[in-house]
Design a protein around this ligand. Sequence first.
Ligand code: FE2
Length: 299
Amino acid sequence: MKDLATDYPIDTAVKPEVEAFFDPATNTISYVVKDPASNACAVIDSVMDIDYAAGRITYEHADEIIAYIEKNGLKLEWLIETHVHADHLSAAPYIQKKLGGKIGIGEKITVVQETFGKVFNEGTEFQRDGSQFDRLFKDGDSYQIGSMTAFAMHTPGHTPACMVHVIGDAGFTGDTLFMPDGGSARADFPGGDAGVLYDSIQKVLALPDETRLFMCHDYGPNGRDIQWETTVADEKAHNIHVGAGATKEEFVKFRTERDAQLAMPRLIIPSLQVNMRAGDMPPAEEDGKVFLKVPVNTL
Ligand SMILES: [Fe+2]
């Protein structure tokens, strides 16, 4: 694990322009992150629309992002997945086809592919080496968005492949953190671990206090309006699960008890099959028909 102060290329003087796109169907927030010094941008955690009951997919949410990028004359360089989402399907390949850019995810995607390749009884044609993605990030790896240097910080615990992406003074937390009154994400999926999640959250909270943090999800706890932006200082002071000096022991006990009561996310079955393929559907069967599986009594 890296030493935050010396090994990550933090530069809070760089202030990317961040545009948020909220998807009410899955409570996901997708982002377009723009370099203030050029027209380069990245998309973080895009969403494909699915009517699961009807087996129908559409792209209204992704089309909104595409329209925004085109209207502003931006050049899409990266499509970042903070992790393999279990609650929505990625639209990264759809956006990539229209606008270009590289799809990147944490290198531990291979662990997730191994686990869910088994769950879905995928044959040998399903590669478990992450080769469906253009770039696999290791802890501390950096990449350019125009003139900005972004880096990926490995933050396992919710899932093995989780990464927080830090771009100038902006951190994109994925599901490693929620808004202070939302706390944290569950840690009971295969490969999840509450203690590991606590340690990962400490890495994020060790970023400079003024770092803006952008959430991947918000559920508007206690009836408040949806929010997605906070700061490291705010999380440290007020996060209901890890703020104000909550200990690892307290967190693990609370998280484990809470997770035992949670139902599976509504879209976990289609999400994993698609997202472990970088957002592509499983290969078509005869006549070009595409199917998603439902593993019975497995999850
Ligand atoms: Fe997630």
